[in-house]
Design a protein around this ligand. Structure first.
Ligand code: ASP
Length: 353
């Protein structure tokens, strides 16, 4: 039987609360707020009309008083916007601030509140640029704070539970939504309005966070966070990458426009296995000749794009996105182009991250 020494008591408290950060009974969790529907308000509880990014961080934390039992909480408003207005400049701002905080011994983990529209892009960007093994959890809400059955407070409580858990350490950036724990690389928004919108179509969730308990059933093996080579401290801006969407009867207009406007890269959201018709093939080949990086992803929603499958990637110097969806492939290509323009080196990065 365990003797009730102070150390044994600390271990027992740690196991009970899920807080396992050496030397403290409660981890210090910083909540960075960026806006979104989780901070949204509307005139009526049931109409669906609202404005996102209204409530400040203190109001979000006041809605989950129980969370103070999980962690020593403090909040900070980094930006206040609907995530449809998110930009690469704001990604860099959030990443730099998050890295500063994560480097501090006073911070054991981060929760970042975010709009759901582009949450997956910010999550993946941070997964590639934060230099820490400490837990980082993104969270949002599908219903504004004033709605009947607003999901924000429960999601925030679960995100804090997850960030306070030693299980979340070293897994890269995580997303806590609707009782699920999802990894930044795999997660995507799949429904315009459902509270169960976030899924990882290829690998599924990492586990769950519900009723104050974290249950992770798998881990993340692709390179991320601490071992990533992308360094935001050295970046003022990111190369411009356009996404072009494929369809039956497609033509070269969008690709030509992207090249003409000076894009450094194009992610083609191809049909099926990243495919395109002859007009698009010709336009992408010409883009390559002008030095524009071309990455083939898919509009299909899941699955990997096969290198040199139906398309002769080697001939043109095209790169495949592996199983990244177009918006995630764009994030990686923007960072990858800060290191190399060589198609083989770019391909290696797409098979690493
Ligand atoms: N348009 C909102 C946003 O992304 C939607 C949400 O947060 O759920 O900020």
């Amino acid at each position: 039987m365990l003797r009730k020494t102070p150390i044994a008591l600390l271990i027992a408290a740690t196991l009970c609360t899920g807080a396992a950060f050496a030397g403290t009974a409660q981890p210090a969790i910083k909540v960075l707020a960026t806006g979104g529907t989780i901070a949204g308000t509307g005139e009526s509880a049931g109409s669906g009309a609202y404005t996102s990014a209204r409530l400040p961080i203190d109001a979000l934390l006041d809605a989950v008083p129980e969370a103070k039992k999980l962690a020593r909480l403090s909040g900070e408003q980094v930006v206040q916007l609907g995530s449809q207005a998110m930009t690469p400049e704001v990604w860099l701002k959030i990443a730099r601030r998050a890295n500063e905080l994560l480097a501090s011994p006073e911070v054991d983990g981060l929760v970042i509140t975010h709009g759901t529209d582009t949450l997956e892009e910010t999550a993946y960007f941070l997964n590639l640029t934060l230099r820490s093994d400490k837990p980082v959890v993104l969270v949002g809400a599908m219903r504004p704070s004033t709605a009947i059955s607003a999901d924000g407070p429960a999601n925030l409580y679960e995100a804090i539970t997850l960030a306070a858990s030693p299980q979340a350490a070293g897994k890269g950036v995580l997303v806590a939504m609707n009782d699920q724990v999802l990894d930044a690389r795999g997660v995507t928004k799949t429904s315009t309005t459902s509270v169960a919108t976030f899924r990882s179509p290829n690998e599924g969730p990492l586990g769950s966070v519900a009723n104050g308990k974290v249950e992770l059933m798998r881990t993340v093996l692709r390179t991320h966070t601490r071992t990533s080579t992308f360094d935001v401290a050295k970046l003022d801006s990111l190369p411009r990458v356009e996404i072009v969407y494929g369809y039956a009867g497609d033509n070269s207009a969008q690709i030509d426009a992207a090249v003409k406007s000076g894009a450094a890269g194009i992610v083609f959201a191809g049909v099926g296995n990243g495919n395109f018709n002859p007009a698009v093939e010709k336009a992408l080949a010409e883009a390559r000749q002008k030095g524009v990086a071309v990455v083939r992803s898919s509009r299909a929603g899941s699955g990997r794009v096969t290198l040199d499958g139906e398309v002769d990637d080697a001939k043109y110097g095209f790169v495949v996105a592996d199983d990244l969806n177009p918006q995630k492939a764009r994030v990686l290509l923007m960072l990858a182009l800060t290191q190399t323009q060589d198609p083989q080196a770019l391909q290696k990065l797409f098979f690493t991250y």
